[in-house]
Design a protein around this ligand. Structure first.
Ligand code: NDP
Ligand code: MG
Length: 382
């Protein structure tokens, strides 16, 4: 029996993780569930999965949820609640599925406590990749990727010598505006941006897919997870999201991982690794599909991806700032305060004003994150 805690259980990845767990009765026990604002869903989950601890975003919500939970369930809140849900239980496995760099401290706490990590919260690795990977190595903790591209690469690399990799290629669907020109992006709406062609995901990552920031975050995530240099990571557009990513080895042999787009597959693989179990996902029939398409990435169409590579190469706090500026810009776009193309302007101007610190400590990361957020908030609106 694997004992699991889920940070962000009420989100897209969190609910799908619980769906995976419910398909394998007796295989998993849920130790803690942490959500943000969605009290009704968290109550429903707690009644069904009987965690010992439940965490919500604030003290007020903790008071609201308390009387609605099965007796004996401990209620926690805020960042401390997330840390306790991550590290203060009997769980041997933590799924990090909250959104944003808020996941950093809880993830570090879980690793410090020796829990294996099912990693969905990519912003954590982007913000502080060296701290997370160094601590995981020191504590002998596995970081099992949930992101579909990284799960694909992880599966392609099974048993391979990392020094024999020639190139890692991440595939990108292109997001909701893949076939629009930059001129056509000037007045796009939040509603349009939230219509992803292939995946149903949380709002933030859906906008990140439209700006291609998501793929930028994934390039940095791949750098940290697989120790790949930025020169050996490439991104191509693959509109169907069937080939989830691939690896070319020094002999020019390519291994790819394919499947219909369904996050429950990578989530389950991260939970059961190295085992594989049945999933309810629709099997892939390549003859039914007939064709797959691939095209070169155009950095002038998607400048955010270029900024991600540049900040990755700069290293240190540059990626922390890239991520934090984007988090604020996306939130402001979702609130209707800025236009779509202003997301990239905010990231660009925040990065340009930042003096990166190499090999930053946790305090320096938190400081750079706060600085970038403040600056991105202050950026002039419409
Ligand atoms: P969602 O927006 O659907 O879910 C986010 C989760 O975080 C919710 O449970 C939310 O709680 C919780 N949360 C937000 N703010 C707080 C807070 N202040 N305190 C505690 N919890 C909080 O996001 P996704 O599931 O789409 O994404 C989660 C992570 O996984 C992201 O890092 C994303 O990049 C990554 N990812 C997602 C994929 C997907 O298919 N969705 C694919 C690959 C990676 P509540 O709703 O209760 O407020
Ligand atoms: Mg992905």
């Amino acid at each position: 029996m694997k004992r699991v805690s889920i940070l962000g259980s009420t989100g897209s990845i969190g609910t799908q993780t619980l769906d995976v767990i419910s398909h394998h009765p007796g295989r998993f026990a849920v130790e803690a569930l942490a959500g943000g604002q969605n009290v009704p869903l968290l109550v429903e989950q707690a009644k069904r999965f009987r965690p010992k601890k439940v965490s919500v975003a604030s003290k007020e919500l903790a008071a609201e949820i308390k009387g609605q939970l099965p007796s004996g369930t401990e209620v926690l809140y805020g960042e401390e609640g997330l840390i306790e849900a991550a590290a203060g239980t009997e769980a041997d496995y933590v799924v990090t599925a909250i959104v944003g760099s808020l996941g950093l401290r809880p993830t570090l706490a879980a690793i410090e406590a020796g829990k294996a990590i099912g990693l969905a919260n990519k912003e954590t690795l982007v913000s502080a990749g060296h701290l997370v990977t160094e601590l995981a190595q020191k504590r002998g903790v596995k970081l099992l990727p949930i992101d579909s591209e990284h799960s694909a690469i992880f599966q392609c690399l099974n048993g391979e010598d990392l020094s024999r990799i020639r190139k890692i290629t991440l595939t990108a669907s292109g997001g909701s505006f893949r076939d629009r020109t930059r001129a056509e992006l000037t007045h796009v709406t939040v509603e349009d941006a939230l219509k992803h062609p292939n995946w149903s995901m949380g709002a933030k990552i859906t906008i990140d897919s439209a700006t291609m920031v998501n793929k930028g975050l994934e390039v940095i995530e791949a750098h940290w997870l697989f120790g790949a240099s930025y020169d050996d990571i490439e991104v191509i557009i693959h509109p169907e999201s069937i080939v989830h990513s691939f690896v070319e080895f020094v002999d020019h042999s390519i291994i790819a991982q394919l499947g219909n787009p369904d996050m429950r597959v990578p989530i389950q693989y991260a939970l059961t690794y190295p085992d594989r179990l049945h999933t309810p996902t629709k099997p892939l029939d390549l003859t039914e599909l007939g064709k797959l398409h691939f095209r070169k990435m155009d950095f002038s169409r998607f400048p955010c991806l270029k900024m991600a590579f540049d900040s990755g190469r700069s290293g240190g706090t540059a990626t922390t700032v890239f991520n934090a500026a984007n988090e604020v810009a996306v939130a402001r776009f979702l609130q209707g305060e800025i236009r779509f193309l202003q997301i990239e302007e905010i990231i660009y101007e925040t990065l340009a004003a930042h003096q990166a610190t190499a090999n930053p400590s946790l305090d320096e990361i938190i400081e750079a994150d706060a600085w970038a957020r403040q600056r991105a908030e202050a950026w002039k609106s419409l």
